[in-house]
Write a protein that binds this ligand. Sequence first.
Ligand code: TRP
Length: 339
Amino acid sequence: MKIILTGDRPTGKLHLGHYVGSLRERVRLQNSGEYDKIFIMIADAQALTDHAGTPAAVRENIFQVALDYLSVGLDPAKSTIFIQSQIPALFELTAYYMNIVTVSRLERNPTVKAEIAQKNFETSIPAGFLCYPVSQAADITAFDANIVPVGEDQAPMLEQTREIVRKMNELYGEVLVEPSIYLSSNETCRRLPGIDGKAKMSKTLGNCIYLSDDKDTVAAKVKEMYTDPLHIKVSDPGHVEGNVVFTYLDAFCEDKKTVAELKEHYQRGGLGDVKVKKFLLEVLEEILAPIRQRRAEYEAKPEEVMKILERGTQDANAKASEVLRRVKHGMHIDYFGSR
Ligand code: TRP
C-alpha cells in the first residue's frame, strides 16, 4: 500500500511558498493515480499549541486553508481532507508515544528550537507546543502513511516520527508503519524566499504572495520585489543569484529555455528589471488566475466546503480508529475485545 499523509497548520492563508514547496506536488501525486490513499490534514490542534488564546481565528483559518486546498486542485473525490481535532485516536496515540520520548530529545528538535526562539517562548514554552512533534508522529502513523510530502523544515518531524515508530515496534510488535519524507525535487522550491529576498516566505515576516491575492496585489508585490541592488542602469550587468525575480522564475516557469536566456541577457547587461518583472507576473498569473477562480466558486458555497471536510473527517476517523485498535492490541491494553 502507498499511503500519503500531509497537512498544514491553519494559522493563515496559504502562500506561494506553500504552493511550490508542497501543494503543487500534492496535486501531482494525487493525479498520478499511483497512491492507494491520500490524507490531507488541517492541523488545528497543532495550531492551538501556540494559539490557545485565539481559537476563533484558528477556526476561520480552517475554512481559508480548505479553500486554498480546493482551489489548487486537491480533489475530495481523490484526497481525504479532514480536521485534526476531530480525530480522537490521534490524542490517544500521542499520549502513548509521549512515554517513549524524552524531554531532552524534544528540546533538541531543530524546528521546534527555531520556533521557540522566534516566538520568544524561551522561559515559558507551552507543554503542548514542545510536544507537538509527538502529536505529529501520531498524525502520520494513525493513517499508516509511508509517504509524507512536506517542506524541508518538516524533516526533523519525520526524523522523530521514525524514531518513535522504531521504538513502538520494538516494544509492542510491528504496530506502526515507518514513513519517509518526500521533498520537492526542485531545489528552489524547497524553501522559497520572500519577495524581500529574506530566506523564507513567511506570514510573520510579511513577505508573502498569497494564493488568494488579487491580480493588482500580486502586480504590486512583484513590482516591489528585491532584485540586484547593483543593477542600476538597464545597461549594467546584473546578478541573478539572490535576485528574487529569477529565483521565482526558476520555481514557477516551466519554460526553462526562456529563463536561461533571460538570465544570460541580464548578466550581460541591457535587460531591465521592469521587463523581467513583467514576464514573471505573466508566469505567476497563469498559475494564480485559475486558482483564484476556483477559490471564488467554493467561497460562494461554504456549506459545500464544510460538507467536504465533514465527510473527509469521517473517512479519516475510520482509518485512525482501526490503527489505534491495532496499537492497543500490541500494547495489551485491549481489555474488552476488539473495541
Ligand atoms: N507541522 C506542519 C506545519 O507546520 C503541519 C502538520 C501537522 C503536518 N501534522 C502533520 C505535516 C503531519 C505533515 C504531516 O505546517
